[in-house]
Ligand binder design. Structure first.
Ligand SMILES: *Cc1c(COP(=O)(O)O)cnc(C)c1O
Length: 367
């Protein structure tokens, strides 16, 4: 059987590294037999889902015997209005992860090259390797995307460049001026993907208007999600804004019913829940300031973040810190696989969560 799979499966699949998800609360309950666990590992919204989304989902529950709208008509239309872009430029996916995979399936040929930062969101490597691409990884500089380095790495084989902005796991962003310099130099036959999963949290006024490149007709894809500030991670809904031509190509490889009904109605309602989005952003801003101050008090270095998570240098093995925090019911993310063996990544929570995290960290580090 082993040999059979080795011989018959596509060889690309053996290069894939499994995705490391944040540890689920239920798993920690089972393994440690403790209650009152907080998850600060996957950048979910600590406020829970938007109340308007919950209402829409509940209202539509009796309809789940019917197939969803294969074209996500209402959600696409609303997103098109929201961004003042044509509806045929909008793609909806089963999470933005799916859209990244569909992009790769539609565009990557074996031995094409793709470029992205190191470390960054692991999906870019995953979807590229499945299609047999060669991945060129450009180390961050001072925890920030090195756009000059990325530009220098371009060859005639480059098909896609992934720009995660703000970058996961560092939380840093590249500015509007940096991106415009980059876009002036980059050949237009390379697809530039701006993954902006955390853009709604950005406080800096220098954040690029990447959608403007789509409006100009550049070969750009802007990817966003309902999983983070909109609080709908379990439903799986993400979207991309791109040229009508690229959207059509991606539509060709999409499964017809990729986005379920509850995700469609929930996302539609959440998008218009401005109060909830504002409240989430404010909570994040306050939590961030609190955590910055407390981490400084503990003498710990951290990377200032434009997102809803912070990379923290614990000054010792992140695996130890992770396990010790777990014993106290707090789930964070280890960063050794990102190349930061002493760092953890913590999602900014509600005030209570943040306080408990700091207290436990203080405890664990023996401060
Ligand atoms: C969380 C995250 C996503 C969102 O993925 P979904 O599939 O929409 O849940 C996309 N990109 C980055 C960088 C992320 O951190």
């Amino acid at each position: 059987m082993q040999d059979f799979v080795k011989n018959k499966a596509r060889k690309e699949i053996f290069d894939l590294k499994p995705y490391i998800p944040g540890k689920p609360i239920e798993e920690v309950k089972r393994e440690l037999g403790i209650d009152n666990i907080i998850k600060m590992a996957s950048n979910e919204n600590p406020l829970g889902p938007s109340p308007r989304a919950l209402e829409a989902i509940t209202k539509n529950l009796p309809q789940i015997h019917l197939y969803p709208d294969a074209n996500c008509f209402e959600l696409k239309k609303r997103l098109a209005e929201f961004y003042s872009i044509a509806a045929d430029s909008v793609l909806i996916g089963n999470g933005s992860d799916e859209l990244l995979k569909l992009l790769a399936e539609a565009f990557i040929n074996r031995d094409d090259q793709v470029i992205f930062a190191q470390p960054t969101f692991s999906e870019y490597e995953f979807v590229s390797l499945i299609m047999g691409a060669e991945c060129i990884k450009i180390p961050l500089k001072n925890y920030t995307l090195d756009l000059e380095g990325i530009f220098q790495a371009i060859t005639p084989k480059t098909k896609i460049i992934f720009i995660c902005n703000p970058n996961n796991p560092s939380g840093t962003m590249v500015t509007s001026i940096q991106i415009s310099t980059f876009m002036e130099q980059v050949p237009d036959d390379i697809i530039i993907v701006f993954d902006e999963a955390y853009s709604e949290y950005v406080e800096s006024s220098d954040f690029p208007d990447s959608l403007d490149y789509v409006r100009q007709g550049r070969n750009v894809i802007v990817s966003r999600t309902f999983s983070k500030i909109y609080g709908l991670a379990a439903l799986r809904a993400g979207y991309a804004l791109t040229t009508a031509a690229i959207a059509q190509a991606i539509e060709r490889v999409r499964e017809p019913f990729n986005v379920n009904t509850l995700a469609q109605v929930g996302a539609l309602a959440a998008l218009d829940d401005h109060e909830y989005v504002l409240k989430s952003k404010q909570l994040n801003r306050e939590g961030k300031q609190y955590l910055y101050a407390e981490l400084s008090r503990l003498g710990l270095n951290y990377v200032p973040s434009e997102a809803n998570f912070i990379l923290v240098d614990c000054g010792r093995s992140c695996r130890t810190v992770f396990n010790d925090l777990l014993q106290q019911g707090i789930i964070v993310r280890t960063c050794d696989h990102f190349g930061y063996p002493d760092f953890i990544r913590v999602t900014i929570g509600k005030p209570d969560d943040n306080q408990r995290f700091i207290k436990s960290l203080e405890n664990v580090l023996g401060k």
